[in-house]
Design a protein around this ligand. Structure first.
Ligand SMILES: [Zn+2]
Length: 141
């Protein structure tokens, strides 16, 4: 078994409705994302002796995670307050992305894990998501 990982970065705005501190206000982060893949090696062909071609991993993460989330307002569709902000931004042709959960680093890490593993069929073993340079969440099954 081999593990490889690749790091990415994206910017995202959010707020945490109901938070008892400053995170209840609209703000943004430059997230660092580390995608770890655990698998055996390809036995033959162009990808021989690779877990996954780093270029292929980059293309999938770009399409499935970075393009929808980067420079978007990510909001909890179950929050009236967050949905109101999203509606206004949509009227103004600004990028939004709705999810059915509170947009903590923990839930975002699980969301990215599930999207890459179950929709994109990558052999993801863990996701690490840094919300700040000193704070990250790791999610694995
Ligand atoms: Zn935040």
């Amino acid at each position: 078994m081999f593990k490889i990982s690749k790091e990415f970065s994206f910017d995202m705005a959010h707020l945490l409705d109901g938070h008892d501190g400053k995170c209840q206000n609209l703000h943004g982060h430059t997230y660092k994302l580390q995608v770890e893949i655990a698998d055996t090696l390809h036995q033959c062909g162009a990808k021989k002796a690779m877990v996954i071609d780093f270029a292929d991993l980059k293309a999938v993460v770009k399409k499935a995670v970075l393009e929808p989330l980067d420079h978007a307002f990510i909001y909890d569709e179950n929050s009236e307050r967050e949905s109101k902000i999203a509606s206004l931004l949509q009227e103004l042709n600004s990028k939004t992305f709705g999810v059915p959960f509170r947009t903590t680093a923990e839930e975002m890490a699980r969301f990215i894990f599930n999207r890459l593993k179950y929709e994109e069929k990558l052999a993801v073993s863990s996701i690490r998501l840094w919300e700040t340079p000193t704070s990250f969440c790791e999610y694995s099954e």
